[in-house]
Design a protein around this ligand. Structure first.
Ligand code: HEC
Ligand code: HEC
Ligand code: HEC
Ligand code: HEC
Ligand code: HEC
Length: 229
């Protein structure tokens, strides 16, 4: 990227969606590099929300668990957004007069859900399911990054096919114990290997977990029909 486009490109690409087809039409290697870059995949882009909800504040500072709000992530394809009632559990008492929370109170009074903008999307011809990933030991961190440090959520990975495939080829580089799924800060190095008395490295622990969680082989997990059904 850096060699192909000058620095000012950053600003340009962010400023105008019109610039995208124009630049991509440049064709050849530059077009492809651009197509596969953060700009076109939406990675790292911040999206405005009806209420400026902060994960940094609610997760890192207040210590609320992901599951309190994303209740369906273990059992369904979708992680889902919390209903207004979940916010009101606290905000009936806290910050109840702040203007920022106007849309929240309106939603509660009228029963109309808040229209959160969905940031992560895979195309309709691709099948994705949260519960299998979470159930086999892939943590939120591996796909969503440092959510606990984000004020507004951004997509930290490209979500392109090659990103999915890289992990499906070698899931041992990402697997973690099932009780650490929601722990954004977890590292294999924090776990002591009972055989050596030393910290684990991700590869060694990941291989053990791959067996324990009965994760299938790469030949199965990279089969086109697993994602394109
Ligand atoms: C107090 C409720 C609450 C908690 C706790 C919470 N979230 Fe959220 N989350 C939300 C709301 C509301 C949104 C929609 C607004 C937004 O994108 O910020 C959201 C959006 C997201 C998104 C973006 C989804 C998309 O594509 O639009 C991700 C990813 C996410 N949360 C992951 C997490 C993870 C991981 C944790 C735990 C570390 C967590 N959340 C904890 C309420 C919560
Ligand atoms: C477990 C309690 C709890 C829940 C649930 C909760 N909040 Fe909060 N929220 C707080 C507290 C505490 C503050 C900070 C008040 C302060 O610092 O003065 C806060 C602050 C805020 C703020 C002010 C900006 C900021 O982050 O400091 C907004 C906006 C907000 N919350 C929106 C929401 C929304 C939307 C939901 C539901 C998705 C939600 N909250 C769920 C406790 C909660
Ligand atoms: C293997 C990668 C992966 C893991 C692990 C993962 N997510 Fe996601 N997440 C995605 C993808 C991909 C999407 C977009 C899905 C779509 O468009 O259908 C998404 C979408 C979301 C959304 C938007 C609403 C929805 O359900 O589509 C939320 C909220 C979310 N994830 C929260 C979480 C939380 C919380 C965890 C941890 C318990 C988690 N995710 C773990 C990849 C992942
Ligand atoms: C960080 C690692 C990781 C990433 C990234 C990842 N996956 Fe997976 N995926 C896994 C693991 C582990 C399994 C479970 C394999 C098993 O059950 O043997 C899995 C299983 C699946 C399955 C199988 C479901 C079934 O019913 O058999 C599908 C479909 C899938 N992933 C789609 C995707 C898509 C689409 C993406 C990209 C948007 C993606 N995955 C990204 C690790 C990952
Ligand atoms: C682990 C999940 C996964 C597997 C396995 C997988 N794909 Fe994909 N595929 C995706 C995702 C996610 C996208 C959408 C994002 C993108 O365009 O990269 C996609 C997009 C595509 C596209 C559209 C690309 C474009 O440029 O618009 C084609 C064609 C495709 N896949 C073919 C295949 C073929 C052929 C195989 C088997 C060799 C395969 N896929 C295996 C996840 C997968």
């Amino acid at each position: 990227m850096a060699q192909i486009f000058p620095k000012s490109m950053n600003v340009l690409a962010r400023m105008s969606i019109l610039a995208v087809p124009f630049l991509a039409a440049g064709g050849g290697a530059a077009g492809t590099a651009f197509y596969r870059s953060d700009y076109t995949t939406g990675a790292r882009e911040v999206t405005e929300q009806p209420i400026p909800f902060s994960h940094k504040h609610h997760v890192a500072q207040l210590g609320i668990d992901c599951k309190y709000c994303h209740t369906s992530v273990e059992v369904s394809a979708n992680a889902g957004f919390p209903p207004t009632k979940t916010c009101m559990n606290c905000h009936q008492q806290m910050w109840q007069s702040a203007d920022l929370l106007d849309p929240l109170r309106k939603s509660y009074a009228t029963g109309t859900p808040i229209a959160w903008n969905k940031i992560h999307n895979v195309p309709h011809y691709t099948y994705f399911n949260h519960s299998i990933h979470v159930g086999k030991g892939i943590g939120c961190y591996s796909c969503h990054g440092n959510i606990d440090e984000m004020n507004l959520v951004y997509q930290s990975k490209t979500l392109l096919m090659e990103w999915c495939l890289a992990c499906h080829r070698q899931p041992e580089l990402h697997l973690r114990p099932k009780d650490e799924i929601y722990n954004i800060k977890w590292k294999a190095e924090d776990v002591t290997n009972p055989d050596t008395g030393k910290p684990y490295d991700q590869l060694t622990l990941g291989k053990l977990l791959k067996e324990a969680h009965q994760v299938r082989e790469a030949t199965v997990l990279t089969n086109c029909s697993i994602c394109h059904r």
